[in-house]
Design a protein around this ligand. Structure first.
Ligand code: 4AD
Ligand code: MG
Length: 450
């Protein structure tokens, strides 16, 4: 069926005048005069469109009446040099077939310039727009770049469970998993995972270098532009490495992500830079070209306090950094990505390595312009007594973490890892403002349609 079928991206880059071919896609717009109809076609392979010229001889009533915006068509024709500006070639149709009509005026994407809110209400149709087509292509590029990046460095891709019994972050913001009938299907309470990390550590203690790339779930009631209830996370874990190696890996990975978009999505990037965020390309160039700043949490608090800036939450040692603090550091103070290490123990999860000062842990967050925290990670506490101490101090039941403790009973080694919020990376690389617009079908408090 698809042998002579050509994708528009290939036609526009390599197509030669004189070639006969078939193209299939959706009509973005149509213009009809007495002699000729012009169709503007998109097939999702690129943000660019192919102009199709339908001569009056073959422009039957059905072409003129039914091939409206949103309709799907199959067109056979000859590629010719385009006299018009903005395109090298166009297709002169010899056969036009309507595949699916879009019944005229009811098609919701008739006009350009709908609001993002409106698009969220028609999430099943929004992949057909310029903006969302570009977002999902960039998302795909970033996913493939992730596998390439870790694969080339010898990391093993592992699959960790989605249904779990342990609360990795210890924050208790989890969704329960139940059947409609039998209670305790798994013989105990089960939840949707907030992170693959603990299982990832078990695999790193054997494979050395691993990464996960999967969905994670958080039941926090956050209605922000940076939080989802279901989001994707990439979590590398490295046995025999420490916190500094962890920061270096995060920097290399973020740069590889940005590079992949420059390489694979130049036209999408051009579109975002023009219509979504005019500083996008310069922000991404900064990430690509600058060495990330590395500072301690204590120094970060000092900078914030000395800044003279009025923050809604006054920065104080011992408190977590707020988004306003993170954005000040990366956007205004350093003007490039910043890795912060050495957070107070009391605000971080139980599994982080205790520094010698007894007050801080070897945690690290990477902050980037417009987003704030994009990566959160740490060197892990591999000393079992320290782990037990901390779990007990937090009022947790050692029994619940028995396998994780057991893991560190045999052949424990320093190890480190991090989690990158995949949607935040897509926001970073597209300039999109709301995290609900970079995942095809967002789940957030009050939102699970589609
Ligand atoms: O900082 P977090 O909570 O770290 C962890 O889950 C660790 N277990 C990771 C590890 O060390 N293996 O989450 C990691 C990243 C954040 O920096 C953020 O980018 C993203 O995940 N994230 C969210 N993204 C969207 N919606 C949410 N509700 C998110 N919560 C965290
Ligand atoms: Mg975090």
């Amino acid at each position: 069926m698809g042998k002579s079928l050509k994708r528009i991206k290939t036609i526009l880059s390599d197509g030669e005048a004189g070639t006969m071919l078939t193209v299939k896609g959706w009509v973005r717009s149509r213009r009809t005069s007495k002699q000729v109809s012009f169709l503007v076609l998109n097939d999702g392979s690129t943000i660019k469109t192919l102009q199709v010229v339908v001569p009056a001889e073959i422009a039957t009533a059905s072409v003129v009446d039914d091939i409206t915006t949103g309709a799907s068509v199959s067109i056979k024709g000859e590629l010719v040099e385009s006299p018009g500006k903005g395109q090298r070639v166009e297709l002169r149709a010899t056969e036009v077939e309507l595949l699916g009509s879009a019944s005229g005026e009811n098609y919701p994407l008739q006009k350009k310039g709908h609001s993002m809110e409106f698009m969220r209400g028609i999430a099943h149709l929004r992949a057909r727009t310029n903006t969302f087509g570009a977002v999902f292509r960039v998302r795909s590029t970033l996913a493939q770049a992730t596998h390439r990046f870790f694969g080339e460095r010898g990391f093993n891709y592992v699959h960790t469970p989605i249904i779990t019994a342990s609360d990795c972050e210890g924050a208790g913001e989890m969704f329960e998993v139940k059947t409609s009938g039998k209670d305790h299907f798994f013989g105990r309470e089960a939840m949707l995972t907030v992170s693959g990390q603990l299982n990832g550590e078990a695999l790193a203690y054997g494979l050395g270098l691993i990464y996960t790339f999967g969905p994670t779930f958080r039941a926090e009631n956050s209605h922000t532009t940076r939080h989802l209830s279901e989001f994707w996370m990439i979590e590398p874990e490295m046995a025999f490495y420490d916190i500094d190696d962890d920061v270096d890996l995060a920097e290399d990975y973020l740069k590889a992500l940005v590079n992949s978009v420059f390489e694979h999505n130049p036209h999408d990037l051009e579109f975002f830079n023009k219509f979504i965020d005019k500083s996008l390309v310069s922000t991404l160039e900064t990430i690509r070209d600058s060495r990330f700043e590395r500072i301690s949490y204590t120094d970060a608090i000092g900078i914030l306090q000395a800044s003279g800036k009025k923050f809604e939450f006054p920065p104080a040692w011992g408190d977590d950094l707020q988004t306003e603090h993170e954005r000040f550091l990366t956007e205004e103070h350093f003007k490039r990505p910043v890795a912060i290490t050495g957070y107070p123990k009391s605000i971080k999860a139980f599994y982080m390595y205790n520094n010698d000062d007894e007050k801080t842990v070897a945690a690290m967050d990477v902050l980037v312009p417009r987003i704030g925290e994009i990566v959160g990670g740490s060197q892990r506490e591999h000393r079992i007594e320290r782990l037990e101490e901390r779990l007990l101090a937090d009022g947790m039941d050692l029994e619940d973490y028995s396998w994780y403790l057991d893991l560190h009973r045999y052949g424990a080694v320093p190890h480190a890892g991090f989690g990158l919020g995949f949607e935040r990376a897509v926001m970073l690389c597209t300039g999109m403002q709301n995290i609900r617009d970079v995942i095809p079908f967002p789940r957030a408090p009050g939102t699970a349609a589609f």
